[in-house]
Design a protein around this ligand. Structure first.
Ligand code: FAD
Length: 506
């Protein structure tokens, strides 16, 4: 199942194994089992460290990765090819003795977990964000024998996915209960388990605290740290919107990259500097006493002399009945991530701008039929995209319509829209709704702390300064007229240099 090039690369990785590995394989006589057996045999033939033993596991076909006398609780149900191939290699290496790349503080917090935690993550192999979650939970299983984790390929276990009504990946279950759906970091997992991962930070005073880890926040952090001042970065997730992007071709001097690669490059670059990274946490409030007091959602308060706000933007919600209730049950925002779950189904894309039409073109390859609903009398997307769209046989465009309600209980089964010309209501039967109506700045949490415009964007001057002395802002959360990676990086640098100047003068 592996081509020569992949085999050679895998062989190189497997030469890093330090301990013998035992793969326990649960297979039957069906086609999927044969595929899995041949995959495992191919892999084991590449290293003398790997032995295979047939057994019976909870799911067939599946396999678990263990040391010879020690079970590690890591299982894969479905052949981990596609984006999960890297999760498989990392699991082999980590069970085989290589230390996972993780902060020592987090490792000791994971080691201290005494409860039995049995995680199951449902993925699809073309999901770009799933491997992060799979790899995180695998690392937790390697560190603590009380924790186990199984990756389940939804395509190979359709009945299980349907029975659980899973319509978004990754979806994580913990001890048979729904734990989380979507991207999640190790810090967020630990917080959800009741572990405070940030208490040490409340004792420190930062010179600059950057809030947000997208291109703007990453750049601000690097620029501040290079000045030798005490720099902290709080980010719900490093990468920001870049993580929702597939190919990026306009970061000058980088001809082409992917969102995932750019996000990990940003993180690696930040780590080269002496900055404290507080990842997986959201800020909920900011106030001023002697210093700026930044409160996280877990109530830890972190103090700093200056602040750079770079919280970016997120997908805008439709705010119609059914949208919130049916999120991850047919209402989706990320076509790259969740598109494959709507294979052969009738779906809608709400929004006729560039992102909506790009999404519709992509989704039309997977879904049976795509209806596009645009509020204005005409699509707003670039002409070239519209031309491509109108060539597709399975799309229908409705303009001058307003979505009124998304229907369904357990999962989406329809949508009601109003024809704005006739005011008549219509119903479409469908199973998925992709909302693509643009982005809104992530600034509501600020309240009146800094001045914002009617769109919620923070007002900044040419130096990135807000109306509050000592508070600077950068990137998509500001009134910058263009929202792009390189522009955010530039404004992050400006804000950090301005914060440094402010510190010198005050
Ligand atoms: C689908 C898509 C494709 C795109 N393609 C391109 C492209 O090809 N080229 C290009 O130049 N641009 C592209 N863009 C735009 C580009 O991604 C953004 O302009 C850029 O990411 C903005 O960077 P930012 O740092 O300002 O904000 P973001 O990238 O939005 O980052 C915001 C950061 O703040 C964090 N955050 C938010 N709220 C909080 C909080 N309360 N507490 C703590 N942290 C918080 C987030 O987790 C994140 O780390 C694309 C955008 C999208 C959505």
């Amino acid at each position: 199942m592996l081509d020569l090039d992949t085999k050679n690369k895998l062989k190189e990785y497997l030469s890093l194994l330090e301990k013998d590995i035992l793969i326990k394989l649960s297979v039957g006589s069906d086609e999927a089992s044969k595929n899995m057996e041949s995959f495992i045999n191919e892999v084991s033939s590449l290293s003398n460290f790997i032995k295979v033993q047939k057994t019976s596991l909870e799911r067939t076909p599946s396999f678990s990765i263990n040391q010879v006398n020690k079970d590690f609780g890591i299982s894969f149900a479905g052949v981990p090819l596609g984006h999960e191939f890297s999760s498989f290699i990392l699991a082999l290496l980590q069970v085989g003795g290589r230390k996972p790349k993780l902060d020592d503080n987090l490792i000791s917090q994971i080691k201290n977990i005494n409860d039995k935690l049995n995680f199951v993550t449902y993925v699809n192999l073309s999901c770009q964000i799933c491997p992060d979650v799979v790899q995180t939970l695998n690392i937790m299983s390697v560190i603590n024998p009380n924790i186990s984790h199984t990756m389940v390929d939804g395509a190979s276990f359709q009945d299980e996915v349907n029975a659980k009504n899973i319509m978004a990946v990754p979806t994580i279950y913990l001890n048979d209960d729904l734990f989380h759906s979507g991207r999640i970091t190790i810090e967020e997992i630990l917080e959800k388990l009741g572990i405070n991962t940030t208490k040490n930070f409340s004792e420190q005073l930062f010179d600059v605290l950057v809030i947000g880890g997208g291109p703007a926040g990453a750049s601000a952090t690097i620029y501040a740290a290079r000045k030798g001042i005490k720099t902290g970065l709080i980010a719900e997730r490093i990468g920001g919107q870049v993580l929702d992007t597939s190919t990026i071709e306009n970061v000058i001097s980088v001809k082409s990259t992917t969102g995932t690669k750019l996000a990990s490059d940003l993180e690696e670059h930040i780590k080269d500097y002496d900055a404290t990274i507080i990842k997986g946490h959201k800020v909920k409030e900011i106030s001023k006493t002697d210093y700026f007091n930044v409160t996280l959602e877990n109530n830890t308060v972190i103090n700093s002399k200056t602040v750079v706000i770079a919280t970016g933007a997120s997908w805008r919600n439709l705010n119609v009945p059914g949208e919130h209730e049916l999120k991850t049950k047919g209402v989706a925002y990320c076509p790259h991530c969740d598109g494959p779950l709507f294979k052969g189904k009738d779906i809608a894309v709400v929004g006729g701008g560039n992102s909506g039409i790009e999404a519709a073109i992509d989704l039309a390859k997977i879904a049976s039929h795509v209806t596009i609903l645009e509020f204005l009398p005409e699509l707003k997307a670039d002409k070239v995209l519209q031309e491509r769209l109108y060539k597709l046989p399975n799309v229908k465009v409705l303009t001058n319509v307003a979505v009124k309600e998304i229907l369904g209980t357990e999962k989406v089964n329809g949508l009601i829209y109003t024809d704005r010309e006739t005011s008549k209501e219509h119903r479409i039967d469908l199973e998925g709704v992709f909302v693509q109506i643009g982005l809104a700045p992530n600034t509501n949490w600020l309240g009146d702390f800094v001045e914002r415009n009617k769109f919620g964007e923070i007002l900044v001057d040419a130096k990135g300064a807000t109306n509050v002395p000592g508070v600077f802002a950068a990137g998509d959360c500001t009134n910058s007229p263009y929202k792009q990676i390189i522009i955010s990086m530039g404004s992050g640098a400006t804000a950090a240099l301005s914060a440094f100047n402010y510190l010198i003068r005050n």
